[in-house]
Design a protein around this ligand. Structure first.
Ligand code: MG
Length: 204
C-alpha cells in the first residue's frame, strides 16, 4: 500500500504559502508507516519546531490500474475519508530553498492519520461537491469544498497512473484548502465531512 499526496490543489492555499500555481499535477509519497487511525493521538516529534496540519479528502483505490483514462477513473474508487497531511514546515522550507526532496518533511512516522472510510453512494454526493472542515480547539480553521480543487479526483487518478501503477488499497490525499497552520501540544483537531465528525486527534 502506498500513500500518494497531491500538493497545491486549491488556489487559496497556494496563495497563502506564496507558491505558484503549477502547470502539472504535483504529487509526492508518504510511506505506509506514516498511516495512523483518525482517533489516535498525535505525538509531537522532537525533530521539528513548526508542524502544520493540512486537512484533506482521502480517496481509496479499489482496484489495480495503469494508464487509466480520465473517463474511466470513477471505476477505480468508491470510498473516501478525511486525513491530515502533517507537514514539518521548517524542514520543508529549508529543503525547498535548496531544491531538495520533501520526503522527511512529509513522510515521517504518523504523519498521515486517516479516518474511517465512507461509501460515496451512502454519502449521496458527487465527489467534486463535498464539504469538509477542520476545527482546532473548537474553532474552524479550514473550510473547504472539493468543487474548488484545481485538478479533480478523476484527473489526479488518470495523471498519476500514467507513471505509477495504482493498486488496491492505495490512498490518495487530494490536497488541502487554505487555513493551514501550526499545531502545539494540547491542541485538539477535529475533521468533519459535511456535518459528521470523522477524525479527532489530541497533540501530545
Ligand atoms: Mg497536503
Amino acid at each position: 500500500m502506498k500513500i500518494l499526496c497531491i500538493g497545491r490543489n486549491y488556489t487559496e492555499h497556494i496563495r497563502e504559502l506564496g507558491n505558484e500555481v503549477p502547470e502539472d499535477i504535483v504529487f509526492f509519497l508518504k510511506p505506509d508507516t506514516a498511516l495512523t487511525k483518525g482517533d489516535e493521538d498525535f505525538y509531537y516529534p522532537d525533530f521539528s519546531d513548526d508542524i502544520h496540519y493540512e486537512c484533506e479528502v482521502v480517496v481509496k483505490i479499489d482496484k489495480t490500474g495503469k494508464c487509466i483514462p480520465v473517463e474511466y477513473a470513477k471505476n477505480y474508487y468508491s470510498q473516501i475519508a478525511l486525513g491530515i497531511d502533517y507537514t514539518l514546515r521548517d524542514i520543508q522550507s529549508k529543503y525547498k530553498s535548496k531544491g531538495l526532496p520533501w520526503t522527511l518533511a512529509k513522510g515521517f512516522d504518523y504523519s498521515a492519520p486517516v479516518s474511517d472510510f465512507v461509501l460515496l453512494k451512502d454519502l449521496g454526493k458527487d465527489i467534486q461537491n463535498i464539504n469538509f472542515s477542520l476545527k482546532k480547539n473548537s474553532e474552524t480553521v479550514q473550510d473547504g469544498n472539493t468543487a474548488y480543487m484545481i485538478h479533480t479526483v478523476d484527473e489526479i487518478i488518470a495523471y498519476i497512473s500514467r507513471f505509477i501503477t495504482l493498486k488496491t488499497g492505495d490512498l490518495i490525499f487530494t490536497g488541502t484548502p487554505s487555513g493551514v497552520g501550526q499545531i502545539a501540544k494540547g491542541d485538539v483537531l477535529e475533521a468533519y465531512l459535511e456535518d459528521k465528525l470523522m477524525l479527532k486527534q489530541t497533540v501530545k
